[in-house]
Design a protein around this ligand. Structure first.
Ligand SMILES: [Zn+2]
Length: 287
Protein backbone atom coordinates (compact mmCIF):
# COMPACT_ATOMS: atom_id res chain seq x y z
CA UNK A 1 0.00 0.00 0.00
CA UNK A 2 1.17 3.51 -0.75
CA UNK A 3 1.05 6.02 2.08
CA UNK A 4 1.24 9.77 2.42
CA UNK A 5 4.66 11.06 3.46
CA UNK A 6 3.17 13.05 6.32
CA UNK A 7 3.57 10.59 9.21
CA UNK A 8 7.02 9.41 8.17
CA UNK A 9 8.29 12.97 7.90
CA UNK A 10 6.79 14.16 11.16
CA UNK A 11 8.41 11.18 12.89
CA UNK A 12 11.71 11.93 11.18
CA UNK A 13 11.59 15.57 12.26
CA UNK A 14 10.87 14.55 15.87
CA UNK A 15 13.50 11.81 15.82
CA UNK A 16 16.18 14.00 14.19
CA UNK A 17 16.73 11.85 11.12
CA UNK A 18 15.70 12.21 7.48
CA UNK A 19 13.77 10.03 5.04
CA UNK A 20 15.40 9.59 1.65
CA UNK A 21 13.60 10.32 -1.57
CA UNK A 22 15.13 8.21 -4.30
CA UNK A 23 14.06 8.92 -7.86
CA UNK A 24 13.00 6.00 -10.03
CA UNK A 25 13.49 5.52 -13.76
CA UNK A 26 12.40 1.98 -14.49
CA UNK A 27 11.61 -1.42 -12.99
CA UNK A 28 15.16 -2.12 -11.79
CA UNK A 29 15.39 1.22 -9.99
CA UNK A 30 12.05 0.77 -8.25
CA UNK A 31 12.75 -2.83 -7.21
CA UNK A 32 16.23 -1.98 -5.91
CA UNK A 33 14.96 0.89 -3.77
CA UNK A 34 11.94 -0.99 -2.40
CA UNK A 35 14.00 -4.07 -1.48
CA UNK A 36 16.66 -1.96 0.22
CA UNK A 37 14.08 -0.04 2.23
CA UNK A 38 12.59 -3.34 3.39
CA UNK A 39 16.01 -4.81 4.26
CA UNK A 40 16.88 -1.64 6.20
CA UNK A 41 13.42 -1.46 7.80
CA UNK A 42 13.32 2.16 6.64
CA UNK A 43 10.49 4.35 5.37
CA UNK A 44 11.10 5.48 1.81
CA UNK A 45 9.86 7.97 -0.77
CA UNK A 46 9.99 7.07 -4.45
CA UNK A 47 10.42 10.23 -6.50
CA UNK A 48 9.05 10.48 -10.04
CA UNK A 49 9.78 13.49 -12.20
CA UNK A 50 7.36 14.30 -14.99
CA UNK A 51 10.03 13.30 -17.49
CA UNK A 52 10.60 9.95 -15.78
CA UNK A 53 6.84 9.43 -15.61
CA UNK A 54 6.60 9.96 -19.35
CA UNK A 55 9.54 7.60 -19.90
CA UNK A 56 7.84 4.89 -17.82
CA UNK A 57 4.71 5.15 -20.02
CA UNK A 58 2.71 7.50 -17.85
CA UNK A 59 1.77 7.94 -14.20
CA UNK A 60 -0.81 5.14 -14.31
CA UNK A 61 1.89 2.67 -15.30
CA UNK A 62 4.14 3.92 -12.47
CA UNK A 63 1.37 3.51 -9.89
CA UNK A 64 0.46 0.03 -11.15
CA UNK A 65 4.10 -1.10 -11.24
CA UNK A 66 4.87 0.22 -7.76
CA UNK A 67 1.74 -1.22 -6.19
CA UNK A 68 2.36 -4.56 -7.89
CA UNK A 69 5.92 -4.68 -6.58
CA UNK A 70 4.95 -3.74 -3.03
CA UNK A 71 2.49 -6.61 -3.09
CA UNK A 72 4.67 -9.22 -4.78
CA UNK A 73 7.86 -8.38 -2.88
CA UNK A 74 6.02 -8.27 0.44
CA UNK A 75 7.09 -4.70 1.22
CA UNK A 76 5.73 -3.67 4.62
CA UNK A 77 7.72 -0.49 5.31
CA UNK A 78 5.94 2.82 4.57
CA UNK A 79 6.31 3.77 0.89
CA UNK A 80 5.23 7.12 -0.55
CA UNK A 81 5.01 7.53 -4.31
CA UNK A 82 5.85 11.17 -4.87
CA UNK A 83 5.74 13.49 -7.87
CA UNK A 84 9.05 15.37 -7.99
CA UNK A 85 9.07 19.02 -9.16
CA UNK A 86 5.58 18.81 -10.59
CA UNK A 87 3.82 21.46 -12.63
CA UNK A 88 0.26 22.32 -11.64
CA UNK A 89 -1.09 20.12 -14.45
CA UNK A 90 1.34 17.32 -13.59
CA UNK A 91 0.23 17.46 -9.96
CA UNK A 92 -3.40 17.02 -10.98
CA UNK A 93 -2.50 14.12 -13.28
CA UNK A 94 -0.62 12.34 -10.48
CA UNK A 95 -3.44 12.87 -8.03
CA UNK A 96 -5.80 11.24 -10.55
CA UNK A 97 -3.38 8.40 -11.21
CA UNK A 98 -3.12 7.45 -7.53
CA UNK A 99 0.16 8.93 -6.30
CA UNK A 100 0.27 9.27 -2.51
CA UNK A 101 2.39 12.40 -2.41
CA UNK A 102 2.82 15.44 -4.63
CA UNK A 103 5.41 18.14 -5.06
CA UNK A 104 4.19 21.28 -6.73
CA UNK A 105 7.17 23.36 -7.78
CA UNK A 106 6.01 26.89 -8.37
CA UNK A 107 9.37 28.36 -7.38
CA UNK A 108 10.03 29.72 -10.88
CA UNK A 109 6.63 31.46 -10.96
CA UNK A 110 5.93 34.92 -9.57
CA UNK A 111 5.42 34.42 -5.81
CA UNK A 112 1.70 35.30 -5.93
CA UNK A 113 1.07 32.64 -8.56
CA UNK A 114 3.07 30.04 -6.59
CA UNK A 115 1.00 30.98 -3.54
CA UNK A 116 -2.35 30.70 -5.36
CA UNK A 117 -1.60 27.37 -7.04
CA UNK A 118 -0.13 25.88 -3.86
CA UNK A 119 -3.29 26.97 -2.01
CA UNK A 120 -5.52 25.14 -4.49
CA UNK A 121 -3.45 21.96 -4.18
CA UNK A 122 -3.36 22.10 -0.37
CA UNK A 123 -7.13 21.77 -0.36
CA UNK A 124 -7.24 18.91 -2.87
CA UNK A 125 -4.47 16.96 -1.13
CA UNK A 126 -6.03 17.43 2.27
CA UNK A 127 -9.36 15.99 1.13
CA UNK A 128 -7.62 12.98 -0.43
CA UNK A 129 -5.12 12.40 2.38
CA UNK A 130 -2.06 13.05 0.22
CA UNK A 131 1.09 14.82 1.33
CA UNK A 132 2.10 17.98 -0.50
CA UNK A 133 5.55 19.49 -0.89
CA UNK A 134 5.92 23.10 -1.97
CA UNK A 135 9.04 24.95 -3.05
CA UNK A 136 10.22 28.47 -2.39
CA UNK A 137 13.34 29.93 -3.95
CA UNK A 138 14.49 27.98 -6.97
CA UNK A 139 17.01 25.22 -6.36
CA UNK A 140 19.91 25.74 -8.71
CA UNK A 141 21.54 23.30 -11.01
CA UNK A 142 22.66 22.83 -14.51
CA UNK A 143 20.30 24.52 -16.89
CA UNK A 144 21.27 24.97 -20.51
CA UNK A 145 24.84 24.13 -19.61
CA UNK A 146 25.16 26.86 -17.00
CA UNK A 147 25.71 25.71 -13.43
CA UNK A 148 24.44 28.16 -10.83
CA UNK A 149 25.89 28.39 -7.33
CA UNK A 150 22.60 27.70 -5.58
CA UNK A 151 20.06 30.26 -4.44
CA UNK A 152 18.77 31.00 -0.97
CA UNK A 153 15.03 31.26 -0.31
CA UNK A 154 13.41 34.26 1.38
CA UNK A 155 12.42 33.09 4.91
CA UNK A 156 9.30 35.30 4.87
CA UNK A 157 8.08 33.72 1.63
CA UNK A 158 8.80 30.31 3.17
CA UNK A 159 6.55 31.17 6.09
CA UNK A 160 3.73 32.33 3.82
CA UNK A 161 3.77 29.05 1.90
CA UNK A 162 4.25 26.90 5.02
CA UNK A 163 1.25 28.58 6.66
CA UNK A 164 -0.97 27.37 3.80
CA UNK A 165 -0.74 23.93 5.39
CA UNK A 166 1.59 22.09 3.06
CA UNK A 167 3.14 18.89 4.48
CA UNK A 168 6.76 19.73 3.80
CA UNK A 169 8.71 22.57 2.32
CA UNK A 170 11.65 22.65 -0.06
CA UNK A 171 13.67 25.84 0.19
CA UNK A 172 16.89 26.76 -1.52
CA UNK A 173 19.80 26.97 0.94
CA UNK A 174 22.57 27.00 -1.62
CA UNK A 175 21.90 23.43 -2.75
CA UNK A 176 22.05 22.45 -6.40
CA UNK A 177 20.70 19.59 -8.55
CA UNK A 178 23.27 17.37 -10.21
CA UNK A 179 27.01 17.50 -9.58
CA UNK A 180 28.36 20.37 -7.47
CA UNK A 181 30.98 22.68 -8.96
CA UNK A 182 34.49 22.58 -7.46
CA UNK A 183 34.18 26.08 -6.00
CA UNK A 184 30.74 25.53 -4.42
CA UNK A 185 30.66 27.43 -1.09
CA UNK A 186 28.54 24.82 0.75
CA UNK A 187 25.06 24.93 2.27
CA UNK A 188 23.90 28.17 3.89
CA UNK A 189 23.09 27.07 7.44
CA UNK A 190 22.36 30.68 8.28
CA UNK A 191 19.49 30.65 5.77
CA UNK A 192 18.34 27.24 7.02
CA UNK A 193 18.20 28.49 10.62
CA UNK A 194 16.26 31.60 9.59
CA UNK A 195 13.75 29.52 7.61
CA UNK A 196 13.37 27.02 10.45
CA UNK A 197 12.72 29.87 12.90
CA UNK A 198 9.92 31.13 10.65
CA UNK A 199 8.23 27.86 9.69
CA UNK A 200 8.39 26.14 13.08
CA UNK A 201 7.47 22.45 12.94
CA UNK A 202 7.29 22.14 9.16
CA UNK A 203 9.57 19.31 7.94
CA UNK A 204 12.10 20.78 5.50
CA UNK A 205 13.30 19.15 2.31
CA UNK A 206 16.85 19.19 1.00
CA UNK A 207 17.06 18.74 -2.78
CA UNK A 208 20.24 17.99 -4.67
CA UNK A 209 21.62 15.50 -2.15
CA UNK A 210 24.34 14.27 -4.52
CA UNK A 211 27.75 15.56 -3.50
CA UNK A 212 26.87 17.42 -0.31
CA UNK A 213 29.52 16.37 2.25
CA UNK A 214 28.23 14.00 4.97
CA UNK A 215 28.92 16.43 7.80
CA UNK A 216 26.79 19.11 6.08
CA UNK A 217 23.99 16.57 5.57
CA UNK A 218 24.06 15.72 9.28
CA UNK A 219 24.07 19.35 10.29
CA UNK A 220 21.13 20.08 7.97
CA UNK A 221 19.17 17.22 9.60
CA UNK A 222 19.94 18.62 13.05
CA UNK A 223 18.50 21.96 11.88
CA UNK A 224 15.15 20.60 10.69
CA UNK A 225 15.68 18.83 7.35
CA UNK A 226 13.54 15.67 7.40
CA UNK A 227 13.57 14.66 3.72
CA UNK A 228 16.58 14.45 1.44
CA UNK A 229 16.36 13.89 -2.30
CA UNK A 230 18.87 11.62 -3.99
CA UNK A 231 18.81 11.16 -7.74
CA UNK A 232 22.07 11.75 -9.59
CA UNK A 233 24.10 9.56 -7.24
CA UNK A 234 22.08 6.44 -8.08
CA UNK A 235 22.45 7.24 -11.77
CA UNK A 236 26.22 7.54 -11.42
CA UNK A 237 26.72 4.23 -9.59
CA UNK A 238 24.40 2.46 -12.05
CA UNK A 239 26.42 3.86 -14.94
CA UNK A 240 29.76 2.90 -13.39
CA UNK A 241 28.70 -0.65 -12.58
CA UNK A 242 27.19 -1.21 -16.03
CA UNK A 243 30.30 0.23 -17.72
CA UNK A 244 32.55 -2.07 -15.69
CA UNK A 245 30.50 -5.16 -16.65
CA UNK A 246 30.79 -4.35 -20.34
CA UNK A 247 34.42 -3.22 -20.23
CA UNK A 248 35.34 -6.49 -18.55
CA UNK A 249 33.66 -8.25 -21.48
CA UNK A 250 31.21 -10.08 -19.23
CA UNK A 251 28.36 -9.41 -21.63
CA UNK A 252 30.20 -11.60 -24.15
CA UNK A 253 30.73 -14.56 -21.85
CA UNK A 254 28.07 -17.28 -21.90
CA UNK A 255 24.65 -15.74 -21.49
CA UNK A 256 26.09 -12.48 -20.17
CA UNK A 257 24.03 -10.68 -22.79
CA UNK A 258 20.83 -11.61 -20.93
CA UNK A 259 19.37 -8.25 -19.80
CA UNK A 260 18.74 -9.76 -16.38
CA UNK A 261 22.50 -10.34 -16.09
CA UNK A 262 23.54 -7.16 -17.89
CA UNK A 263 21.52 -4.93 -15.56
CA UNK A 264 22.33 -6.84 -12.37
CA UNK A 265 25.55 -5.00 -11.40
CA UNK A 266 23.82 -1.62 -11.78
CA UNK A 267 20.88 -2.91 -9.75
CA UNK A 268 23.21 -4.04 -6.94
CA UNK A 269 25.05 -0.72 -7.09
CA UNK A 270 21.80 1.20 -6.57
CA UNK A 271 20.96 -1.05 -3.62
CA UNK A 272 24.33 -0.38 -2.00
CA UNK A 273 24.04 3.38 -2.56
CA UNK A 274 20.50 3.54 -1.15
CA UNK A 275 21.59 1.58 1.93
CA UNK A 276 24.55 3.92 2.43
CA UNK A 277 22.22 6.94 2.25
CA UNK A 278 19.65 5.45 4.62
CA UNK A 279 22.46 4.85 7.13
CA UNK A 280 23.74 8.39 6.70
CA UNK A 281 20.25 9.90 7.02
CA UNK A 282 19.53 7.79 10.12
CA UNK A 283 16.31 6.22 8.81
CA UNK A 284 17.42 2.58 9.21
CA UNK A 285 15.14 0.73 11.62
CA UNK A 286 12.63 3.60 11.68
CA UNK A 287 9.84 2.01 9.61
ZN1 LIG B 1 14.82 18.71 -6.65
Amino acid sequence: MLVSAKDMLNKARDGKYAVGQFNINNLEWTKAILLTAQECNSPVILGVSEGAGKYMCGFNTVVAMTKGMIDTLGITVPVALHLDHGTYEGAKACINAGFSSIMFDGSHLPFEENFAKTTALVNTCEVLGLSLEAEVGAIGGEEDGVVGMGECADPDECKKIADLGVTMLAAGIGNIHGKYPENWPGLSFETLEKIKAKVGDMPLVLHGGTGIPDDQIKKAISLGVAKINVNTECQLVFQEATRKYIEEGKDRIGKGFDPRKLLAPGFEAIKAKVKEKMELFGSVGKA
